[in-house]
Design a protein around this ligand. Structure first.
Ligand code: 5GP
Length: 225
């Protein structure tokens, strides 16, 4: 797995994720976000994380194209939801619902709720990004359980960041990649792409909020009041 520290990316992801989770919250999706604390930190609800990565795809690319030979860029007739086990040592293998139930990673009712939430999140985010000229190609989300005092009934909430690190975002006109694939595929201009997403979402108006300062190889983000 490729690793690098890209200065400024965390700050941008924090703002973008805050904006997207709040937008989902306004549409009735329950999330772990309480509030953004500062440039790099968020206050979130404590959950018992479900050990599954839920991936929703609208356009074929990435591991779907690689694994099944589906041509890159194929628009899927309807969104495709996949399950992957959260296990770095095993390389997050793809799993089926039968695996989830057999090994009790989640209950049937929970998966039913999560499937519904995942498609709802996809609908909301697709519309939100389409409005700013961006195609939501795919994304990964995780969910967590909140237990009540008697550890009886539980509630499932979205418990993950949503940012260009966890979504594939393509410019509608040019199909330019505005996400982590710029890093994965060595395309360069990572910070610029993340800034573009933030700017289009109206989080960081180009001239009023943000200036970019270059310190040698890395890029820092400096906020102005
Ligand atoms: P793929 O399975 O094609 O590699 O990824 C599908 C989508 O899920 C992409 O948007 C990718 O960014 C996201 N994704 C998959 N696995 C992970 C992961 O372990 N961490 C993060 N941050 N995103 C992931």
């Amino acid at each position: 797995m490729k690793k690098a520290s890209i200065e400024g990316k965390g700050v941008l992801n924090n703002r973008i994720s805050e904006y997207l989770l709040n937008s989902l919250g306004h549409c009735g999706v329950k999330t772990h976000l309480v509030k953004r604390l500062n440039m790099r930190e968020q206050l979130i609800k404590k959950v018992e994380i479900i050990p599954i990565e839920f991936i929703v795809r609208n356009i074929a690319t990435g591991s779907l194209s690689k694994r099944l030979g589906i041509s890159e860029g194929t628009v899927l007739e309807k969104p495709l939801l996949e399950y992957y086990l959260k296990n770095d040592e095993l390389g997050d293998p793809i799993i089926t619902k039968e695996h989830i139930y057999a090994f009790e990673w989640a209950a049937k009712e929970e998966i039913k709720d999560i499937d519904k939430m995942s498609f709802k999140i996809n609908d909301i985010l697709q519309g939100l990004f389409r409005g700013v000229g961006i195609k939501l190609v795919d994304f990964k989300v995780e969910y967590g359980r909140i237990w009540n005092k008697n550890r009886q009934a539980n509630e499932i909430i979205l418990a993950d960041e949503i940012s260009p690190d966890t979504c594939r975002l393509w410019d509608i006109k040019t199909e330019k990649k505005l996400d982590k694939d710029r890093f994965r595929k060595d395309l360069g201009n990572i910070i610029e792409a993340y800034q573009e997403v933030a700017r289009r979402l109206g989080i960081m108006p180009e001239e009023t909020n943000i200036s970019e300062v270059n310190f040698g190889k890395t890029t820092s983000i400096k906020f102005k009041k």
